[in-house]
Ligand binder design. Structure first.
Ligand SMILES: [Zn+2]
Length: 91
């Protein structure tokens, strides 16, 4: 029995949680419900992708980990602006 039921997997520009026992080329589903095939390799860059908050929440729920209480220090995460294309409207 694995110590942890899930592990993180870079997918679609986020790090998602999948079951810990999946191996490369397995058909799997992330905790947030995305179907994917486990890739054989990852680049170092992919591990720098942001954590999928949906997977994080579900992982915590599955493992019974309560969100860390941070009332005393509310640090709002800087919201990254949506990627804007530098196109100029011609109309
Ligand atoms: Zn996810």
């Amino acid at each position: 029995m694995p110590a942890r039921p899930f592990r993180w997997l870079p997918h679609h520009h986020k790090r998602h949680a999948v079951k810990a026992d999946v191996v490369a080329r397995d058909q799997a589903r992330t905790l947030c419900g995305e179907d994917l095939v486990i890739p054989a390799t990852h680049t170092k860059d992919q591990w720098c992708w942001p954590t999928c908050t949906d997977c994080d929440t579900r992982w915590r729920a599955e493992e019974g980990i309560l969100p860390f209480p941070r009332r005393s220090n509310p640090t709002p995460r800087p919201q990254r602006p949506a990627p804007t294309t530098a196109t100029t409207r011609t109309r």
